[in-house]
Design a protein around this ligand. Structure first.
Ligand SMILES: NC(=O)C1=CN([C@@H]2O[C@H](COP(=O)(O)OP(=O)(O)OC[C@H]3O[C@@H](n4cnc5c(N)ncnc54)[C@H](OP(=O)(O)O)[C@@H]3O)[C@@H](O)[C@H]2O)[C@H](O)CC1
Ligand SMILES: [K+]
Length: 513
């Protein structure tokens, strides 16, 4: 499997900083200088304005980055205001040094909103039409209030400051992490800055990539600042603690592993998928999963469902074929999609018993267990190595025997626990989908709220199965399908308010390899 940028917990990033300092003269100060320089460079176009730029700086080293950014902007002749609502940095921190350098450049710091407003109005160019009753809007705000050191829920004063930023800024550029967002879980505590863009340092943190992270980071970028994370990762790998290992968390934004098609090929070279689904009023789930498998390139797609759905299915995709019964499906060794619209009847129970019979479960790349198959699994609790399981948060909660709120509170921990318990490749769906597997964890930060529509999971399940059928390992198929699905949805959402599973199916076959 290819290697992508590491994703580290806030604690591991701190350890990496300290290790870097040990081999670079004992100080982390150069990292703060690099971080601030990288930030100013990254957003130089946005900072090239004549209106004052507002830096909101906290007391820790996130604030320190903010002070050094303010110094660099001041040096470049930009009008800058620093707002320090929590007070000045504590002596001894890199942040205190950065603040002193900013002050030495002639920079000013404001402690209250009233002082800030007065200074902002005073700095306006003559063309700015200010009315005392008008709401102040800051064209560019640099958010350096809180970073990876957020340690507890915000006080009311903290909440007020974040709300002030969100409601008074035209554009917000977040330093490392949008303030108020928990860098490990992606949960707002209880509110967070909604950034236009976030430039993060040393490594991505899980909270930027899952839960509320993707919606609040805006455009996300990273500068490693030259900090090698291998040493700290090797230490983490060897540690005997029960804490989840961070050594193989990756952010993989690509889906370049779509199987290629070479000359002199035929449909038998691209694998078979069988979708076992669809009873009663749930025919749509079966049709979507099988269409997705077809459009994602599977050589043949069979549907095993209630015969009353055949006509509807053929009307959508005449290429689909029908399997007689569950035994012929299992004998065929096709890659399976089990569960969409399967229901929880006696018939579903019999299907699941046959499918999870150890006799059939000893080969690699069996396929995908989704929806009602997961509800069955939650009841019957057995490991399902060789399968991909694709729960949303409520299904994950059921599988783990915890509440959905507990899954939401820490999606990464839930995904790791699912892997531990079921030994399958786990695709925990939702904003910032997480794929947990034997070799680590992969995050998908793409996607869009426009995809929160029915049938999306059925579509993803069909895609994963199609990629396994075309020769990808279960892990690669899961990661690739998740990214492909999210990126197609994102593209469609540029011109659509909502994206339907059928839209994604339709688009898959148009994706260039
Ligand atoms: N020097 C370096 O190596 C580099 C640091 N970088 C940047 O630093 C931050 C991490 O800095 P850190 O000081 O660890 O943490 P923060 O600045 O994010 O926050 C710590 C301060 O915030 C206070 N705090 C914590 N929780 C709250 C809260 N809920 N409400 C209000 N204040 C809070 C905390 O106060 P304590 O009382 O708990 O001490 C601290 O004052 C990282 O994000 C980077 O931006 C650069 O990456 C370069 C290298
Ligand atoms: K921040």
């Amino acid at each position: 499997m290819a290697t992508y940028p590491a994703v580290l917990s806030a604690k591991t990033v701190r350890e990496a900083e300290q290790l870097w300092a040990l081999t670079h003269g004992g100080s982390t100060w150069p990292l703060m200088v690099s971080a601030a320089t990288s930030f100013v460079h990254r957003y130089q176009a946005a900072f090239n304005i004549r209106q004052p730029i507002l830096v909101v700086a906290g007391q820790g080293n996130n604030g320190g980055d903010g002070y050094y950014i303010a110094k660099l902007l001041q040096q470049a002749g930009k009008p800058v205001l620093v707002f320090a609502p929590f007070g000045l940095p504590k002596q001894g921190l890199d942040a205190a040094q950065a603040m002193h350098e900013y002050l030495a450049e002639g920079g000013k710091i404001y402690a209250t909103q009233a002082e800030l407003t007065q200074a902002f109005v005073g700095l306006q160019t003559l063309s700015y039409q200010f009315s005392p009753t008008a709401k102040i809007t800051y064209p560019v705000v640099i958010d350096a209030l809180l970073g990876s050191g957020l340690a507890r829920p915000l006080s009311q004063a903290g909440i007020d400051i974040i709300n002030f930023i969100n409601s008074n800024a035209q554009q917000v550029y977040a330093v490392d992490v949008p303030s108020g967002l928990d860098a490990d879980t992606g949960q707002p505590m209880p509110v967070c800055v909604k950034a236009t863009a976030t430039h993060s340092f040393i490594a991505y943190k899980p909270g930027l990539l899952t839960a509320n992270g993707p919606a609040n980071c805006g455009e996300l970028s990273l500068d490693s600042l030259g900090v090698e994370t291998d040493v700290v990762l090797a230490t983490d790998d060897k540690a005997s603690s029960a804490a989840p290992k961070t050594s193989r968390w990756q952010y993989d934004p690509s889906f370049t592993r779509l199987p290629c098609r070479f000359g002199n090929t035929h449909k038998s070279c691209h694998g078979n998928v069988s979708v076992i689904a669809g009873i009663g009023n749930m025919a749509g789930a079966a049709i979507i999963a099988s269409r997705a498998a077809l459009h994602a390139g599977a050589g043949r797609v069979y549907l095993q469902c209630d015969p009353s759905h055949f006509a509807a299915s053929l009307a959508q995709s005449p290429e689909i074929m029908f399997a007689d019964n569950i035994h012929s499906v299992l004998a065929s060794k096709a890659v399976l999609v089990v569960g969409p619209g399967l229901g929880r009847s006696e018939h579903a129970r019999r299907v699941m018993t046959s499918i999870l019979d150890p006799m059939h479960c000893n080969r690699q790349g069996l396929g995908v267990l989704d929806a009602d198959a997961l509800r069955y699994l939650a009841k019957h609790q057995q490991t399902v190595a060789n399968w991909v399981i694709t729960p949303h948060e409520a299904e994950a909660a059921d599988l783990l025997g915890i509440s959905a709120a507990e899954v939401t509170a820490n999606r990464l921990v839930a995904a790791l626990a699912l892997y531990e318990k079921y030994q399958a490749v786990v695709v925990l769906k939702g904003a910032g989908t997480i794929v947990a597997h034997q070799a680590g964890v992969n995050f998908c930060h793409a996607g869009t709220p426009a995809m929160a529509t029915p049938g999306m999971g059925d579509c993803l399940a069909g895609m994963i199965a199609a990629l396994i059928a075309q020769g990808l390992s279960a892990v690669d198929a899961a990661i690739t399908a998740v990214n492909w699905h999210a990126s197609v949805g994102y593209q469609l959402a540029q011109t659509q308010r909502v994206v339907l599973a059928s839209d994604i199916c339709q688009q898959l076959k148009l994706t260039p390899l």
